[in-house]
Design a protein around this ligand. Structure first.
Ligand code: ADP
Length: 415
């Protein structure tokens, strides 16, 4: 309360000062007009000037007192109604006294009084209802703010009343929508963080448990020479898997944090596609798959980070090999389409079930069919591919028919 009144004081002093200037100017103007229209004796004019100054000054003091008093304690309806009432009383007193000074007849003066009383009661009546409407809207906003403060972020207020209050209510509702949205985002982020931690722990726990068992078997002498050799090879595979997982996680976290720096250079995508076909040929041949490449027309040189796009191609073709049965066909193609170069990896493998399609680019998401499988990765390959393509200003998507195969496509801008 003290802070509020202290803050108000300079403002009220300014209003009071301005009001006094208006009173002096108004009194001078009124005396000037009276001299012009009524031509009274100079003595009457000076009496009128003194009276107007006194009554105006007293009115200002009364209103100032009222402003200080009402801002602190009284509601909007009482504040406005009393302000109108005070204004009307001051007007009546002024008119009666100045009327007396100007020698109006008692009859005229009473008639004037009646008219003034009538207009004063109408004003107070309107002030009462107007402030009631204002008060209702303010109470509505107060309710909304209290509910938001109590955590009910779906609260909205009705936008009625005057234009300014309706705008305020709209702004309030927009603020509530934003608050609700950001609370929801925070909740989703928290949820995905929990899922990520659970997925990482799960993916590390399994190989670590098998490593522990194998090392115990070797160190306890339970395993013979042949078994030891098999265990050592498996241990090396597990260590390789965990190293790959940690590297993928590190890359994904850097991409998420925007900390991964691309090293773009003008290079040929055709060369990159040939390199990918070359390096993954052996893997496809082992599954007796037909790995083909097809580039339509001449591809323009693009500005991109060849190592990162190579990574995307490896992930997509590696997946196609993994999820296509023996004897299947994998086609890696590229073509320019206007301001974009589209690269697609098509396979005639198992395809992706509809329920998985929207989630396969999420970190640690493994399709329904690959979850229980030994050969599956950690579910980071497509998440990394998407982030890398997006970091180049491109897009990546998939089309798939269950049992018939999948086509992964990404496009990069021609720049
Ligand atoms: P993973 O390491 O499991 O392969 P990815 O992020 O590369 O992780 O892929 C996520 C999931 O998308 C896979 O588990 C698999 O179910 C599905 N998937 C990816 N590529 C293909 C494909 N060519 N054919 C069928 N399913 C695929």
């Amino acid at each position: 309360m003290m802070i509020t009144s202290r803050k108000l004081q300079p403002q009220l002093l300014k209003i009071g000062g301005l009001a006094l200037i208006v009173v002096v100017a108004g009194a001078a103007g009124a005396v000037g007009l009276a001299a012009f229209w009524l031509n009274p004796p100079a003595d009457d004019l000076s009496k009128l000037f003194v009276y107007l100054l006194t009554s105006g000054g007293l009115s200002v003091c009364l209103v100032m007192f009222w402003l200080i008093f009402s801002r602190r304690q009284v509601g909007l309806r009482a504040q406005l109604s009393v302000a109108y009432l005070v204004g009307s009383i001051i007007t009546i007193v002024n008119v009666v006294v100045t009327g007396g000074l100007m020698f109006l007849s008692v009859h005229d003066q009473n008639l004037l009084m009646l008219l003034l009383l009538f207009s004063a009661s109408i004003s107070v009546f309107f002030a009462f209802f107007l402030s009631e409407q204002l008060g209702r809207q303010v109470r509505e906003l107060t309710r909304g703010a209290s509910e938001i403060a109590a955590g009910k972020l779906d609260t909205r207020v009705a936008a009625g009343g005057s234009q300014e209050l309706a705008q305020l209510a709209q702004a309030f509702n927009m603020m509530a929508v934003k608050l609700e949205q950001s609370a929801q985002d925070r909740q989703e982020m928290e949820q995905s963080r929990k899922e990520l931690v659970a997925a990482i722990s799960h993916d590390l726990r399994t190989p670590l448990a098998s490593l522990r068992l194998m090392t115990e078997a070797v160190s306890d002498g339970v395993a013979d020479e042949q078994q030891t050799a098999i265990f050592l090879e498996r241990m090396s595979n597990e260590v390789q898997y965990m190293t790959g997982l940690i590297e993928d996680l590190f890359e994904l976290s850097q991409l998420d944090a925007g900390a991964l720096k691309l090293s773009p250079e003008r290079a040929s995508l055709s060369d990159l596609i040939s390199d990918t076909l070359e390096s993954l040929k052996a893997q496809a041949t082992r599954k007796r798959q037909n790995l083909q490449g097809q580039i339509e027309g001449e591809l323009p040189e693009l500005l991109f980070d060849p190592r990162k796009i190579q990574r995307v191609l490896n992930n997509l073709v590696g997946n196609a090999i993994r999820y296509t049965p023996e004897g299947g066909t994998i086609q890696l193609g590229a073509q320019q389409m206007g301001r974009w170069v589209c690269v697609s990896v098509r396979d005639n493998g198992e395809g992706i079930i509809q329920a998985d399609i929207n989630s396969i680019f999420e970190p640690f998401y493994r399709g329904e069919r690959s979850r229980g499988r030994e050969s599956g990765g950690a579910g980071l390959g497509l998440a990394i591919a998407r982030k890398l393509v997006e970091a180049h200003g491109g897009k990546i998507w998939v089309q798939s028919q269950e049992g018939q195969g999948s086509t992964f496509t990404f496009e990069l801008p021609v720049n």
